[in-house]
Design a protein around this ligand. Structure first.
Ligand SMILES: Cc1cc2nc3c(=O)[nH]c(=O)nc-3n(C[C@H](O)[C@H](O)[C@H](O)COP(=O)(O)OP(=O)(O)OC[C@H]3O[C@@H](n4cnc5c(N)ncnc54)[C@H](O)[C@@H]3O)c2cc1C
Length: 600
């Protein structure tokens, strides 16, 4: 029988789980400082989901229109519907120009203006002069910004001699008796062997869990593994009710068409050929934030003005931009149109629908990337554990993320976590002792899967989970539907526990990996459904029909109820319990942006 004692063990100063933009920005910092770092990834690093990012990375460089970090800060607070922590938002917006220029110096092939400066395009919710007009803040490499960024970071890491463990899946965090994190258990996919990786610090950078939904712009590997690992180790997941629907997924296919389309001037039309966003958002129009645009599209469809035979999608029109601009600035959008919708966007409109895209919630951290737990009403860092990127919640995105603020978040907090780890990890110091039962829980999970020969097929359970989430936690939510969703997801946990493997072979057993991923999806889905049903207001992406109000309602504009609900949700796996903590309203140096109705 395999036991913790019989497993192979390896020791590092730092283990980073995830080789997307956030993990590789952190690893670069650490490798350059000479720490012994291992970066684990389920896929080759440059296949991480960051590679799919299209539109850009935000920074108030002001290359093409007047801009300042204060405007960026204001937009992000307002975009977050006042759920974002203002100290973290200030830190991110002030650091933005610095980290973007650093990326340029690592070799990032940004598009250029005639004067040689970085090209910047407008993006949803980004404005000049506190909401007055759209600003050009999204630094872009055509519509392949994430691709360019991930390859740049990978190459910089190779030159800094970072060690990668490719096609390794981290399974569980190891915490000792005092609660410190001292390593992870991991599966080498090629051999099927389980390892204990000891570390003075573990950094989770596992990306989002967008695959809990049926229709998603996310890669198949985005199964929320870091969330599952944290939840099983007793760490809360924060604000998981807030999921972003991107307005322009290709109808029926889910593939993303970047907001950069509308940044370059594309417009949304209903079946009457009306540019309906002018009615809902007179100032920003099609460039209002995503939660807002998705809701307006949904409303048009509900009121019978959807396009197509079933009136169930919206048209995005780009042809007026001209074929030259489309081929130069949006080459992937052109290709996606041809391949996924059989549409030539230089000539005709393309059918789009709001599609799940991004999780605003995640593992709670402070601005140094340290994972925090509640203790005596305060946040207290968990020794030895950090989280950055989409799996974390710092929280800069609050209830709704602005486009291009995620790539920025990866750079700013990846670097900040790297620096904090360098200041706190001593390469000369011994590792803490490993608990005797370090891998027992992982081994029990693996053994159960292997023994349940007649158990359910993982993908059947996952498909049912996705259908439940799509129905009960969509763009428009209702209390009744969310309550029913909670019951269904709770019942599904039993089925997840009964998943089995028909084939126990060790070498590249993808069925085993998928089954382990479904266990992680379960944590993300239950956190989402439970947190959503408990939040009795509308805020950002959480729109509950029961609580909707007029924008001029005296205390709850648009159904947002600051008196009772301006607080972060914390979900604990143990007992499926909830707790709350206050939003940090005090920025580092700037003036607080006080809450007000959110109109555009
Ligand atoms: C189609 C698309 C377009 C987007 N466009 C933009 C944009 O233009 N601008 C913007 O700001 N944002 C954009 N976003 C959002 C942004 O790209 C993501 O939020 C961000 O890239 C996530 O980066 P990450 O480093 O957190 O994780 P990811 O890039 O998702 O990487 C996660 C890593 O973790 C690894 N991993 C996961 N689980 C395990 C495990 N158990 N063991 C080992 N390794 C594991 C994976 O292998 C991978 O290497 C877009 C998102 C999508 C889906």
């Amino acid at each position: 029988m395999t036991t913790t004692a019989s497993l192979s063990k390896r020791k590092f100063d730092v283990v980073i789980v995830g080789a997307g933009g956030s993990g590789m920005r952190a690893s670069l910092q650490l490798a350059r400082a000479g720490l012994k770092v291992a970066v684990l990834s389920k896929v080759f690093p440059t296949r991480s989901h960051t590679v799919a990012a299209q539109g850009g990375v935000s920074a108030s460089l002001g290359n093409m229109s007047e801009d300042s970090w204060e405007y960026h800060f204001y937009d992000t607070v307002k975009g977050s519907d006042w759920l974002g922590d203002q100290d973290a938002i200030e830190f991110m917006c002030r650091e933005a120009p610095k980290v973007v220029y650093e990326l340029e110096h690592f070799g990032m092939p940004f598009d250029r203006n005639p004067d040689g400066t970085i090209y910047q395009r407008p993006f949803g919710g980004h404005t000049a002069n506190y909401g007055e007009k759209p600003v050009q803040r999204a630094c872009a490499a055509a519509d392949r910004t994430g691709h360019a960024m991930l390859h740049t970071l990978y190459q910089a890491n190779v030159s800094a001699k970072t060690t990668f463990f490719v096609e390794w899946m981290a399974l569980d965090l190891i915490r000792d008796a005092s609660g410190d994190v001292v390593g992870v258990t991991a599966l080498e996919m090629e051999t099927g062997d389980t390892y204990v990786l000891e570390a003075k610090t573990v950094l989770l950078a596992t990306g989002g869990a967008g695959r809990i939904f049926q229709s998603s712009t996310n890669a198949f590997i985005n199964t929320g593994d870091g969330l599952g690992m944290a939840a099983r180790a007793g760490i809360a997941l924060q604000d998981m009710e807030f999921w972003q629907f991107h307005p322009t997924g290709v109808a029926g296919a889910g593939v993303l068409l970047t907001e950069g389309c509308r940044g370059e001037g594309a417009i949304l039309l209903n079946s009457n050929g009306e540019r309906f966003m002018e009615r809902y958002a007179p100032t920003l129009k099609d460039l209002a934030p995503r939660d807002f645009v998705s809701r307006c599209m949904g409303q048009e469809i509900l009121e019978g003005r959807g396009c197509g035979p079933n009136k169930d999608y919206i048209h995005m029109k780009l042809d007026h931009l001209g074929a030259d601009t489309i081929h130069k600035r949006l080459p992937s959008v052109y290709e996606i149109g041809v391949n996924f919708a059989n549409v030539d966007v230089t000539r005709e409109p393309i059918p789009v629908v709001p599609t799940i895209h991004y999780q605003m919630g995640g593992i709670p951290t402070n601005i140094h990337g340290q994972v925090v737990e509640r203790f005596n009403g305060e946040d207290r860092p968990v020794n030895g554990l950090y989280a950055v990127g989409e799996c974390s919640c710092v929280s800069v995105h609050g209830a709704n993320r602005l486009g291009t603020n995620s790539l920025l978040d990866l750079l700013v907090f990846g670097k900040a976590a790297g620096n904090h780890i360098i200041a706190n990890v001593n390469p000369k110091q011994e590792h803490k002792d490993l608990p005797k039962d370090a891998a027992d829980k992982t081994l029990a999970r693996l053994a159960r899967l292997d023994s349940a020969k007649n158990g359910e097929y993982a993908q059947d359970v996952a498909n049912d989970m996705r259908a439940i989430m799509q129905t009960h936690a969509g763009v428009f939510r209702s209390q009744e539907s969310m309550d029913a969703g909670v019951q269904k997801i709770n019942a599904l946990r039993e089925r997840v526990g009964a998943i089995g493997l028909k084939d126990n072979s060790k070498v590249f057993n993808t069925a085993r990996i998928e089954a382990l991923e479904v266990e992680n999806l379960m944590e993300a889905a239950q956190a989402t459904m439970t947190s959503a049903a408990a939040r009795k207001e509308c805020r950002g992406a959480h729109l509950v029909r029961d609580y909707e109000h007029d924008v001029n309602h005296p205390t709850c504009p648009l159904g947002r109820n600051d008196a009772e609900w301006m607080k972060h949700t914390l979900w604990y796996q143990d007992g499926n319990k909830l707790d709350y903590k206050p939003v940090r309203m005090k920025p580092l140096t700037a003036e607080t942006v006080p809450p007000k109705p959110r109109t555009f």
